[in-house]
Design a protein around this ligand. Sequence first.
Ligand code: CO
Length: 138
Amino acid sequence: MKALPFPLDHIGIAVENLEASISYYRDTFGFALDIRELVPSQKVEVAFVSLANTKIELLAATDSDSTLAKFLRERGPGLHHICYRVPNIEVELARLKAAGIRLIDEKPRPGAHHTRIAFLHPKSTQGVLTELCQANAP
Ligand code: CO
């Protein structure tokens, strides 16, 4: 199993209007639209846009009760989280918890595009909401 360091998987950006944001990244910086899907577990619709060496996840709230809707109300659109791709999410959550990192998700939950994800609390990750993701076997 691959040890540290893990690759950065994507940067998450909270947006008010998914359609307008996809157009902005495509037309302004040449991003390609890879995936667009609803993530019911988080009450968001996401779009992954990519360049050769990086991916951005654009997140729009689908419900005014969602955590993301609250984030947008309080802080407005902008940088939301960074995500590391890990080989075994349970192992990493246990390791980080043992190291004193506060977990938002004690157990992984379903993410976009057949991944399993978990978030770490920004209070224990130097102010940056941090996500781990593990790709499920295809
Ligand atoms: Co993400």
